[in-house]
Design a protein around this ligand. Structure first.
Ligand code: XMP
Length: 519
């Protein structure tokens, strides 16, 4: 297994659903350690002693064809409770000789209302006044497998929750892991504590010592280099490693000139003065601006910024002798995404660039202490390491920075205008107690000017777009529903205080169909 051989855990077999990560998160939120593995990895497991429960995820494939992803039937004989979700339920039904129908008539997408048929340990305290669950499936189980019972149905699908309580095998057609399923967490609670009878033992802050010891053991007397951007991931990575090896950690901060207002200075001061890191500052903002001159294509911008960053970082790193490790703030979702269970390649929407990523040529060993954690868990670690609150709870910020929030040409004037508007927006969110309710918020500049009137004069200025979204992990997002008075006042504040903007618009699209960033 990947991280913890000897820790009691629940394993999640990933059949390629977009929301498998959320299953692991829900379980960890309940105080139980969970890992996501592929069906192939499952086949390699020989010792099931510490596996207290198995969850089969949803996925895009169908068990009605000749070839489909499956699990060895023996896992059902190990007396380990099993819960199938969506495709997982259909797979259980297939393996136990139920009947599954591929039917476009039976498609169920979106909300559905559950009708309770029987009681089950899985549904204790689950049914409530709405019984509203989230569906996303085309195939449906139409004949119950042998020795299974129906616990709940919906109007369109008779077998929505099924169980074989004797063998402790359960299946749900809906997605309890998404927040659209009211009370979905209760399904996991029941599965973990009533059915698997597992104890709450997972606690992120208690991992700090283990992580620091592991770094000490791995690095010993060698040197580590780390690109510090001031985002949560690289900050927690740096603090952890610093606790373990102190002066043998060299952090490099590259000023691209594309950060939010005062952000670079704040981060630098914090890490240099408060945390006393061995920190080197490289000011490359001129170079970035020069390379971005007259470039308005989003992909070109991303590539220029990404490549230049790596080049500068490599040049700096070469100045130090005897470096063996490159530290990166890789998180668990990055690891899961890079080992797709189906091997399918999803189409590229944007070339994401991560600060600190990629200098393969440097032939350094990777040190990724956060690779088993989700972002919210990293924040808990950050808190226990004493990381400054402003940094620890900062909204995510893309590697290419304001370069992709200034649509069209990136010029020093436009950077300044945007930094001012963004600063006003973010400060207002903090003042009104909204910042922590929002997953990510920012201002952007659109590439067109429009006419306005201020006093008695005509203006011809930029449009500032505001975006604020709520999300679990950035994969999907909804726009934040601001009260009208907030929109009124923020529009006024920006126009009255930022020269160069005479119109403010608020983006009311979700992801999908839009993305969170504009470029
Ligand atoms: P999109 O725009 O793809 O963004 O919906 C999803 C999340 O990813 C962030 N993002 C990036 N993060 N390097 C990063 O480290 C990048 O190149 C990058 N592009 C987008 C974005 O801010 C949002 O949180």
């Amino acid at each position: 297994m990947r991280f913890h051989k000897d820790k009691e855990k629940v394993i999640i077999i990933d059949f390629g659903s977009q929301v498998t990560k959320l299953i692991a998160r829900r379980i960890r939120e309940l105080g139980v350690y969970s890992e996501i593995i592929t069906p192939k990895e499952l086949k390699k497991i020989t010792n099931f002693q510490n596996i207290k429960g198995i969850i089969l995820s949803g996925g895009p494939s169908t068990v009605t064809g000749k070839k489909y992803e499956s699990v060895p039937k023996q896992i059902f004989d190990k007396k380990i409770p099993i819960l199938g979700i969506c495709y997982g339920l259909q797979l259980i039904a297939k393996l136990f000789r139920g009947k599954i129908k591929p039917s476009n008539k039976r498609r169920e997408f979106g909300r559905a209302i559950l009708l309770k048929k029987k009681s089950s340990l899985l549904t204790v305290k689950f049914f409530n006044s709405t019984n509203s669950v989230w569906m996303s499936h085309e195939d449906a189980v139409i004949k119950l497998p042998k020795n299974f019972k129906t616990i709940a149905s919906t109007k369109d699908s008779k077998l929505t929750i099924i169980e074989n309580s004797k063998k402790k095998i359960y299946g749900v057609q809906f997605h309890p892991e998404v927040t659209h399923t009211k009370n979905g967490k209760q399904i996991f609670k029941n599965f973990l504590f009533l059915i698997c009878k597992i104890k709450k033992k997972w606690n992120v802050s208690s991992q700090k010592k283990r992580l620091i010891d592991a770094i000490k053991q791995k690095v010993r007397k060698d040197k580590v280099i780390c690109a510090l951007s001031g985002g949560v991931d690289s900050s927690v990575t740096a603090l952890l490693i610093n606790k373990a090896i102190k002066k043998n950690l060299i952090c490099i901060m590259v000023d691209t000139g594309l950060m939010r207002k005062n952000e670079f200075e704040y981060t630098y001061r914090m890490f240099k003065k408060k945390y006393k890191l061995n920190l080197k500052l490289i000011n490359s903002s001129r170079l970035f601006l020069q390379k971005l001159k007259n470039i308005s294509d989003p992909e070109k911008k991303r590539k220029i910024i990404g490549k230049l960053f790596i080049k500068i970082f490599e040049t700096e790193a070469k100045k130090y002798k005897n470096i063996k490790f490159l530290a990166q703030g890789t998180l668990y979702p990055d690891i899961i995404e890079s080992k797709s269970s189906t091997g399918s390649k999803t189409s590229k929407i944007k070339s994401h660039h991560n600060v600190g990523g990629l200098p393969k040529k440097m032939k350094l060993k990777l040190l990724e202490p956060l690779k088993e954690f989700f972002k919210d868990e990293v924040r808990i670690l950050g808190k226990s390491l004493g990381l400054d609150k402003k940094i620890n709870f900062k909204h995510p910020f893309p590697g290419p920075g304001l370069g992709i929030r200034i649509i069209g040409d990136v010029t020093p004037e436009r950077i300044k205008i945007l930094q001012e508007a963004d600063d006003i927006f973010i400060k207002e969110l903090v003042n009104k107690g909204l910042y922590e309710k929002i997953w990510q918020a920012y201002a952007a500049l659109l590439p067109i000017k429009t006419v306005g009137v201020m006093g008695d004069s005509r203006t011809y200025e930029n449009i500032c777009l505001l975006r604020a979204v709520i999300s679990e992990d950035g994969m999907t997002a909804d726009y934040f529903n601001f009260p009208k008075f907030f929109l009124d006042s923020i529009s006024n504040k920006i126009i009255n205080n930022v020269k160069g903007i005479n119109r403010v618009v608020y983006d009311i699209t979700s992801k999908p169909p839009s993305t969170i960033e504009l470029e």
